[in-house]
Design a protein around this ligand. Structure first.
Ligand code: PDD
Length: 286
């Protein structure tokens, strides 16, 4: 597998970073995950703009220009022998010669990227839906930044796995925020509900597409706070992300969501999403 590290393309086995890298020592860095369909990165500009927001949020100058990112990603995508891919970009504050919390001076950031086959949920998983649990959202107050400091997300996701579930839905101050690694949508009395994009959640690129598709197809929707009570009374729950696309949640904390089967709006939205993906994404840079 070919990866990109600090300006060079090289085999993964030859890629080396220092153990003093601040990503390793402090989780001091940011990342992006970009789905690629038929070798076309999906919403690349939006992902690169979110990367810029994350870099600005941690006061790390962008090491590459927009054109630099586009060219590098294009080369990486072309180098793989599979067409549907998941590209990871990661930038850390680099490796100093000592360990000090404060920013180092004159240290080059570490820039890493690699691509893997895009593995989306199987048709069987999508048809059955998945189980989720809830847990308190113990993360910091800047969840809008896509940082590599993911320990709270890792623990939350593992809590789901330990409970035989797929995702953990996080609750902060009695309100739904998001999943351990996904955005969450609620359908309540025919209305699609989404938590607002603020410091409590990552602004999902898939989230934006779902709301665009809802608007285009005349689905009534609202972006507002969602209480734990509304979450538990939902007719439908979905998780969305670049790699999971749109996945219905049919059990929450062991209880059925709605009728305990993927709901009609989830199925409709996935059909719109799939059509968009196959008709538009595979054929143009959008
Ligand atoms: N995660 N919220 C969190 C906390 C996430 O980690 C993700 C995605 C999302 C959905 O964002 P998007 O639709 O832009 O993928 C929401 C990626 C896939 C990951 O960490 O692997």
């Amino acid at each position: 597998m070919t990866v990109y590290l600090n300006g060079r393309f090289l085999p993964l086995a030859e890629a080396r970073i220092s153990p003093l890298d601040r990503g390793f020592l402090f989780g001091d860095g940011v990342y992006e995950v970009i789905p690629v369909y038929s070798r076309r990165p999906f919403r690349l500009d939006e992902h690169l703009s979110r990367l810029q927001t994350s870099l600005d949020g941690i006061h790390l100058p962008n090491p590459l220009s927009l054109e630099g990112w586009r060219t590098m990603i294009g080369q990486l995508v072309a180098s793989a022998d599979f067409v549907d891919q998941s590209v990871l970009l990661q930038v850390t504050r680099g490796a100093d010669d000592k360990r000090d919390h404060a920013f180092p001076q004159g240290v080059a950031p570490t820039v890493f990227a690699f691509t893997a086959p895009l593995v989306t949920p199987s048709d069987a998983t999508r048809a059955a839906g998945i189980a989720a649990i809830t847990a308190p959202d113990t993360r910091w107050q800047r969840c809008d930044l896509k940082t590599i400091s993911l320990l709270a997300n890792v623990l939350a996701r593992q809590q789901a796995v330990d409970a035989g579930a797929v995702e953990t839905l996080l609750l902060r101050d009695g309100l739904l925020t998001e999943g351990a690694a996904s955005s969450i949508f609620v359908v309540s009395e025919g209305v699609l509900l989404a938590p607002p994009k603020d410091h409590r959640v990552l602004p999902g690129i898939t989230y934006d597409l779902v709301l665009e598709l809802a608007a285009r197809h005349g689905v009534s929707y609202a972006v507002r706070d969602i209480s734990e009570r509304e979450l538990r009374a939902a007719d439908e729950l979905w998780m969305t992300s670049s790699t999971k696309e749109i996945l219905p949640i049919v059990r929450l904390d062991g209880l059925p969501v709605g009728h305990g089967r993927p709901g009609p709006l989830a199925q409709q939205m996935y059909a719109w999403y799939r059509a968009f993906r196959d008709d538009v994404m595979r054929n143009a840079d959008v």
